[in-house]
Design a protein around this ligand. Structure first.
Ligand code: SAM
Length: 304
């Protein structure tokens, strides 16, 4: 992640935009400690650097090796950690693919409620989600593998899992059709308990659609944005792909798509996506429903 230059530049800009001289700061999910170190160099008087991982043993050595004082590493879950004082500023690099993979929004909110001073500042400030149809067969197509005999075995039952799996893929911009649509915007410190997102695209005639691609954009601070779309400078974040039944668009065809997102207690996202095609005259066809919870369930995908 440190070698992801787009991420590094935008996070450094976030820290430099937000830290005011004398601030007491918390870096939630500090990892290697880089954001905490930058905060101290930007004039913070003290920084609490929190992480669940043993990595803090080495991060605190890096602080010593670089002569950086007043950065206090605390190992533990941000939701439970105890600080000796409240802070002026909380920030966190808390995002996974499509924002939610490996995220820690819940712990971040709890931490902030407990330790941010009234009137304190926090970052990131906003996360936006985008969707766009694609012919993923041109860069990602695992189904032929499952359909072919393999070492004398028929593995085709696993096609069901592949169809209900949200794949993490580096997509290719040239094979995305229609326009990217912003389908959600939320405050990462108040992540909604669930999201119901809808989108529809007029897909150009002759284009084959095999999936819908998703990604996020984040405002780390006012004026400091990072885009993880296939169009933007590549980052270590990939896009995600929601597979749909293959459909070659006829003239006037419109893809209607709905994505419902829920979360387990430990913040694992659960996706259900459904939709259909609407022809020029209004007739609907090729309805589908997919669900990441149905990954290893037997049989078809159910009736939409
Ligand atoms: C994406 S890394 C960011 C590391 C660093 N801040 C950076 O920007 O390079 C997220 C870090 O959050 C930590 N983390 C995840 N859940 C956490 C929690 N509930 N409390 C504290 N740290 C957590 C992980 O161990 C990981 O080091």
């Amino acid at each position: 992640m440190l070698q992801d230059d787009a991420r590094t530049a935008s996070l450094r800009a976030m820290v430099e935009a937000l830290v005011r001289p004398g601030d007491v700061v918390a870096d939630v999910g500090t990892g290697t400690g880089i954001l905490a170190f930058w905060a101290r160099r930007a004039g913070a008087s003290r920084v609490y650097a929190i992480d669940t991982s043993d990595i803090v043993r080495l991060s605190s050595k890096v602080a010593k090796d670089n002569g950086i004082d007043e950065v206090f590493f605390l190992q533990g879950d941000a939701a439970e950690v105890e600080l000796p004082e409240q802070v002026d500023l909380v920030f966190s690099e808390c995002l996974g693919n499509f924002a939610f993979g490996d995220a820690m929004f819940g712990a971040l909110s709890t931490f902030t409620e407990r330790w941010l001073k009234v009137g304190g500042r926090r970052a990131p400030t906003s996360v936006r989600l985008y969707l766009q149809p694609a012919n993923s067969g041109l860069f990602w197509d695992p189904l032929p593998f499952w359909r072919q005999p393999w070492h004398g075995l028929d593995l085709s039952a696993f096609c069901h899992a592949e169809e209900n799996r949200v794949a993490v893929v580096d997509t290719v911009q040239s094979f995305l059709w229609g326009e990217p649509l912003q389908v959600a915007e939320f405050d990462p410190f108040r992540r909604p308990a669930s999201l119901q997102l809808t989108a529809a695209w007029d897909v150009p005639e002759g284009r084959l659609v095999t999936g819908v691609v998703g990604w996020f954009e984040v405002d780390w601070a006012p004026g400091v944005t990072l885009d993880t779309s296939p169009k933007a400078e590549a980052t270590h974040w990939s896009q995600v792909l929601f597979p749909v039944p293959h459909h070659e668009a006829a003239r006037g065809d419109r893809l209607e798509f709905q994505l419902d997102i829920g979360f387990s207690d430990d913040e694992v996202p659960r996706y259900r996506w459904s939709g259909c095609w609407q022809a020029e005259g209004g007739a609907r066809s090729d309805a589908f429903v997919r669900d990441s919870r149905a990954l290893f369930s037997e049989g078809d995908n159910g009736t939409p």
